[in-house]
Design a protein around this ligand. Structure first.
Ligand code: GAL
Length: 427
C-alpha cells in the first residue's frame, strides 16, 4: 500500500500566488462579539451536487455547536479556480478565513511551505486520528513530522460517465476500455448527430488531459511524471497528446462549468463525459441539490478508457490557517470534518468515499460501493488538476497551455509548454 501511494505522488515546493477578490456567503463579516462567534468556512461547494455535502456537514456542526454560526464563504466555480485565486489574495493580505478547503498533496504542501498553516497534530492526538486515516494519506498532509489538515474524503478523477441510451443508439454495446475503442465510439456517436463528448470550462479540459495521459501512458509512466525520471519530451507523451487532440476534436461546445456538461449526458444530449465522481452526487441527489436521475438508466459509469485497475485519486481536506480570526470555531469545524458522523453525512451526498477507514460501508451504495472497492484494490495515481501531483503554480502553467491548445490545437506547442512547466515547477 505504501509503495502505491509513494508512486502516485510527488511533493513539490510551491511559491504562491496572487490575484483578486470576489466573494460569496450568506452573511457579512465584520467586527465585534457576533463575528467572533461566526466560523468562516471557505470552499467552492456552491453548485448543484457540491453544496449538498457541505450542507449535511454544516447541519451536524450547528447541532453540536449551538454557540457558533457557520459562515458559508464558498466561492462558485468548479475545481476552485476562482476560490483558490481569492484565497491566495486573502492569505497574502493576512486575512485568512477561519478554515479553508485544500487538496491533500502538492497543493497543500504549497500552503504549508509558505507558512500559511498551523499544525493540527494536537487534533490527531486528541481524536486518535492516526488510527483511522490511511498512513499514506497522512503523509500527503505532513511536513517535517507535522500534520496540517483534516481530510474529509477521497474522490476519484478517472470516471467515464455515459448515457446508456445514446450508446445504444450509436450501436455501442459496452463502454470503451481503451483509448482506441474510445475514439471509435466517439466517431460512432458523431454519426448519430448527438454530442460525442461533453466538456465544461477550461479546467474540465485539463481534467480530461490527466485522464488521457493516464490512459495512454499507463500508470507507471504517469506516476513517473512527478519524479526525477519524468519524460515529458518523449514520443510516448507525443502520442498521448495526439490522442488528447483527437478526443478533444469530438467535444461539444464548452459549457460554463462541469455541471452543465455532465447534464448533457444525463439528459441524453451527449454520450460521454470524463469527470470526477462529484458528478455522481449531482446525477443522483434529489432535486434541487441534484438532478434526481436514475442510475444505470439515465447515466452509467466505467473507468476512463485505458485506466481500468487504477484509481486516480484526490482528497479534500480542511485546514487551520495561521491567524484564523476564530481559531476555536475552526477547530470545532475540523472536529466535525474529522468525525465518522461528519464524513458519513458529507460523502454519500458529495459523491465521494470517506477518508476514514472506519466509516459505515452500508451508506455507500451503487456507484459509491464500486468506488470503495476499487479504492482498496486498485493501483493509485494522483490527480493533476485537483492538487495531488502538482503545485498550484505548476497547475496554473498546465491550465494556460491547455487553454492555448483549445484555441490552436498544435501538439508540438502543447508538449513544449508542458516540458517547460515541468522544468520550471517540477523536481
Ligand atoms: C475538486 C474538488 C471536488 C469538487 C470538484 C468540482 O477540485 O476536490 O470536491 O468540488 O473540484 O468542483
Amino acid at each position: 500500500m505504501r509503495r502505491r501511494w509513494m508512486a502516485a505522488v510527488a511533493i513539490t515546493m510551491a511559491g504562491l500566488l496572487s490575484l483578486t477578490a470576489c466573494g460569496g456567503g450568506d452573511q457579512a463579516g465584520g467586527g465585534g462579539e457576533a463575528s467572533r462567534q461566526q466560523v468562516e468556512v471557505f470552499s467552492w461547494w456552491t453548485g448543484p451536487g457540491e453544496a449538498d455535502g457541505l450542507k449535511a456537514m454544516r447541519e451536524i456542526f450547528e447541532k453540536q455547536n449551538p454557540n457558533l454560526t457557520f459562515y458559508d464563504a464558498a466561492v462558485a466555480g468548479g475545481s476552485g479556480d476562482k476560490a483558490r485565486a481569492l484565497l491566495a489574495s486573502k492569505l497574502q493580505a493576512d486575512t485568512p478565513p477561519d478554515t479553508f478547503q485544500g487538496h491533500a498533496g502538492a497543493e497543500l504542501q504549497g500552503y504549508i511551505k509558505a507558512g500559511d498553516l498551523e499544525p493540527v497534530n494536537f487534533l490527531y492526538d486528541e481524536l486518535k486520528l492516526r488510527d483511522v486515516y490511511p498512513e499514506q494519506l497522512i503523509e500527503q498532509i505532513t511536513v517535517d513530522g507535522n500534520i496540517y489538515s483534516v481530510p474529509v474524503n477521497i474522490h476519484r478523477s478517472n470516471v467515464l460517465w455515459f448515457n446508456p441510451s445514446v450508446l445504444k443508439e450509436a450501436g455501442i454495446s459496452e463502454p470503451p476500455k481503451t483509448i482506441e475503442e474510445f475514439i471509435t465510439a466517439l466517431e460512432a456517436v458523431k454519426k448519430t448527430g448527438k454530442i460525442p463528448l461533453s466538456i465544461g470550462s477550461e479546467w474540465t479540459v485539463v481534467h480530461l488531459l490527466e485522464n488521457v495521459l493516464l490512459g495512454t501512458l499507463g500508470t507507471d509512466a504517469y506516476n513517473a511524471l512527478w519524479s526525477a525520471d519524468a519524460d515529458w519530451a518523449g514520443p510516448e507523451m507525443t502520442k498521448a497528446l495526439e490522442n488528447f487532440k483527437t478526443i478533444l476534436s469530438y467535444a461539444g461546445t464548452p459549457q460554463d462549468d462541469w455541471q452543465p456538461a455532465a447534464k448533457q449526458v444525463a439528459d441524453g444530449e451527449a454520450a460521454f463525459n470524463i469527470m470526477g465522481d462529484w458528478a455522481y452526487g449531482y446525477f443522483h441527489n434529489p432535486p434541487d441539490g441534484g438532478l434526481g436521475k436514475t442510475s444505470k438508466e439515465d447515466f452509467d459509469w466505467a473507468p476512463a478508457p485505458g485506466t481500468e485497475g487504477t484509481f486516480m485519486w484526490l482528497s479534500d481536506s480542511f485546514t487551520l490557517p495561521k491567524g484564523a480570526p476564530n481559531r476555536d470555531g475552526a477547530i470545532a469545524w475540523l472536529k466535525v470534518a474529522a468525525s465518522k458522523e461528519g464524513q458519513d453525512a458529507f460523502n454519500p451526498k458529495k459523491g465521494s468515499i470517506p477518508a476514514r477507514t472506519d466509516a459505515d460501508k452500508s451508506l455507500y451504495t451503487d456507484y459509491l460501493a464500486d468506488a470503495l472497492e476499487d479504492w482498496s484494490s486498485n493501483k493509485l495515481a494522483g490527480s493533476i488538476q485537483h492538487g495531488v501531483t502538482v503545485s498550484d503554480p505548476w497547475r496554473a502553467a498546465i491550465n494556460e497551455a491547455v487553454g492555448l491548445f483549445q484555441q490552436d490545437p498544435d501538439v508540438a506547442t502543447l508538449q513544449e509548454a508542458l516540458v517547460n512547466a515541468a522544468k520550471t515547477h517540477g523536481q
